[in-house]
Design a binder for this molecule. Structure first.
Ligand code: FES
Length: 338
């Protein structure tokens, strides 16, 4: 049986007062599909975990010092557990292999409180979800929520083969009722879901949400270019194939960073990131992807004009925050809330 079931339960809100790090026990590890396992975490210190909203992810601190982000895939109405699903990728950066090969039921690990850069719209009258492979994870939680709200939706799930498709058991009712469709391409990106036809017209009030590998993300971005930007939401788990810095940015120029709380000032040179410069001055900050898509290094800025190069923050977020692993400053200096 799959670790995640879709069901109805009362709504809970994300807990902004939650501690930033939580001790959790691996309650179970279960097989979902070829190379995909679900990991269920429960709190060591309490009966409940901080509430989360659909689309949230947590950082998992792995025993070897790795920190990796995984989307929560269980319904956000559940307070007693967090569930993630992980694809073992031997060509990745080591996190998914460690999750599969090292993490066992009963172990205690540290996770962050949930963060959400991929929230559901409250004003949409219809939701269109497109998942590619393991990108289904945040969408499982979102689909559970729109079902609970009784809102119109359709889930398109793109996968290679049935053997490599997680959650088919949990989704079979939606597929049977025409609310979800699974598109297999057998490794040929030319087959499977016709994105152009799917996204050609936007139903009134519809919002689009998508998550998957970089190639699919770039293809959906291109096929949805005529949708209003505020009706399109995505979450990447790898850097875009067309990184933000190639979109007409000037070459790197040096700038000053002022740290408002520690009253320090430092220079970020061309070819260096703000995180690099902070480390050179003995200031450690938490990072993970270092490519602007995971959100771990998100930092508030107090003044200055950032040159955003991430793929996480929306226009509103960018008025307040900067991803210091990849973004720079257009102004001669920028003041960070550090
Ligand atoms: S470390 Fe991932 S966005 Fe900066």
């Amino acid at each position: 049986m799959n670790a995640v079931t879709l069901h109805e339960a009362p709504l809970v809100r994300q807990d902004s007062m939650a501690p930033s790090k939580l001790r959790v026990r691996v309650q179970s590890v279960s097989y979902l599909a070829e190379d995909i396992n679900a990991f269920e975490f429960v709190s060591v210190d309490s009966d409940t975990l901080p509430a989360f909203t659909p689309g949230s992810h947590i950082d998992v601190h792995l025993p070897q010092g790795l920190i990796r982000q995984y989307s929560l895939c269980n319904p956000s109405t559940e307070r007693h557990r967090y569930v993630i699903a992980v694809l073992r990728d031997p060509l990745g950066r080591g996190g998914s292999v460690a999750m599969h090969d090292v993490l066992r039921a009963g172990q205690i690990v540290t996770v962050s409180a949930p963060r959400n850069h991929f929230a559901l719209s409250n004003s949409a009258t219809r939701h269109v979800f497109i998942a590619g492979g393991i990108g289904i994870t945040p969408l499982m939680s979102m689909v559970a929520e729109v079902q609970r709200r009784g809102e119109a939706f359709h889930l398109h799930y793109c996968a290679r083969t049935p053997q490599r498709t997680a959650f088919t058991g949990a989704l079979c009712g939606l597929v049977a009722s025409g609310l979800a469709s699974i598109h297999y391409d057998n490794g040929d990106p030319g087959k499977g879901l016709d994105l152009k036809a799917t996204l050609q017209s936007r139903p009134d009030g519809a919002h689009l949400y998508y998550c998957g590998p970089a190639g699919l993300m770039d293809a959906i971005e291109a096929a949805s270019g005529h949708w209003p930007r505020d009706a399109v939401h995505c979450e990447r788990f790898s850097a875009s194939g067309s990184p933000a810095r190639t979109k007409g940015d000037d070459p790197d120029t040096p700038f000053e960073v002022e740290l408002a709380r520690s009253k320090k000032r430092l220079t970020v040179h061309p070819g260096e990131t703000i995180v690099d410069a902070l480390k050179l001055h003995g200031i450690e900050v938490e990072t993970s992807c270092c490519e602007g898509y995971c959100g771990t290094c998100m930092t508030r800025y107090l003044s200055g004009d950032p040159l955003h190069r991430d793929s996480v923050l929306d226009e509103d977020d960018r008025e307040e925050f900067i991803m210091i692993c990849c973004s720079r400053a257009k102004s001669a200096s920028i003041v960070l809330d550090l």
